[in-house]
Design a protein around this ligand. Structure first.
Ligand SMILES: [Zn+2]
Length: 298
């Protein structure tokens, strides 16, 4: 690794978020970080620190997206543009913090379906691809892993960085939306058919990323059976808590720097916005736990 930022390490898990992330759109992708941040600011999960990111710049977006698309987005709805720049800035800042601290996260979501020239599936800017390229170009990472456990497939990420020799993709899905075709040993995609196979599939997804220098984790909670979009019967709170434990344990055992973003997680007949926000707490609890139990730089 090179270019490790000259910033002080903090003991708590740094999590990037600002009010600019939240857009009163009625779509959980851009609303759920508000109640989730409130839960964290109230101290419900010990050992985390909420930090406001700097906005992403147009130039940063152009590293992965088409110029006309980016300019159309930035000159369109002012509130949406600000939400996109804030939440993409949070992904970038979380990546930088990961290389200082070992662990980090951003309450960003709406990333993995975004394509080079257009938005798709509630995703505008592919922060996963942006972070992976930054890890390679700025921090000298040789192998960057992207683990995607959102219920839907990450076809946008595949389009943007699937051909990059330094990127290892591991996608464990429950739904064929935005499916992509693996065409390299660096690629792993599994669409789980029933809940009984789910955790074994997650283990296979983790095996695939063995040996990466850093992990970018798209921690989707929409496989949860209570989500009306993406949910699979039998994938319960307990199953998802175990999934997050497995991912965190892998990071700890392999001493791999890791950052998370939120990905999917949607309401349902018995799931309100606060319930959707709370779906994401296991990811944060596990990352906070491993932040406190490991010193990967030591
Ligand atoms: Zn999804």
């Amino acid at each position: 690794m090179k270019n490790i930022p000259n910033t002080n390490m903090i003991n708590n898990l740094p999590i990037y978020w600002s009010r600019d992330y939240v857009l009163d759109s009625g779509v959980e992708t851009r609303t759920k970080s508000g109640p989730l941040a409130k839960i964290l600011l109230n101290g419900e999960v010990p050992g985390v620190e909420i930090i406001a990111p700097l906005l992403a710049t147009r130039e940063e977006l152009l590293v992965i997206h088409d110029e006309k698309y980016v300019d159309r987005l930035l000159s369109g709805n002012v509130d949406l543009a600000r939400s996109i720049l804030a939440s993409t800035g949070g992904v970038r800042d979380a990546l930088d913090a990961m290389f200082i601290n070992g662990r980090s996260g951003s309450l960003s979501s709406g990333l993995h379906h975004a394509k080079h020239m257009h938005d798709e599936g509630l995703c505008y800017i592919n922060g996963l691809a942006l972070a992976a390229l930054r890890a390679i170009k700025l921090f000298g990472a040789i192998k960057v892993g992207i683990l995607d456990t959102d219920s839907h497939c990450g076809g946008g990420t595949f389009q943007l960085v699937g051909e990059n020799e330094n990127v290892v993709l591991s996608d464990v899905s429950c739904n064929s939306y935005d499916v992509w075709q693996p065409n390299s040993k660096r690629h792993h995609l599994e669409i789980v058919g029933n809940a009984g196979d789910y955790l074994d599939a997650v283990k296979r997804g983790l095996t695939h990323i063995e040996g990466v220098d850093a992990l970018i984790y798209n921690a989707g909670m929409d496989p949860f059976e209570g989500c009306s979009t993406g949910g699979m019967r039998g994938i319960t709170h307990e199953v998802l808590a175990e999934r997050e434990r497995l991912v965190a344990q892998w990071c700890e055992d392999t001493r791999t720097p890791a950052m998370f973003v939120l990905a999917g997680g949607y309401g349902g007949p018995n799931l309100d916005l606060d319930g959707v926000a709370r779906l994401h707490l296991p990811t944060i609890r596990e990352f906070a736990r491993i932040q406190n139990s490991t010193n990967i730089n030591g």
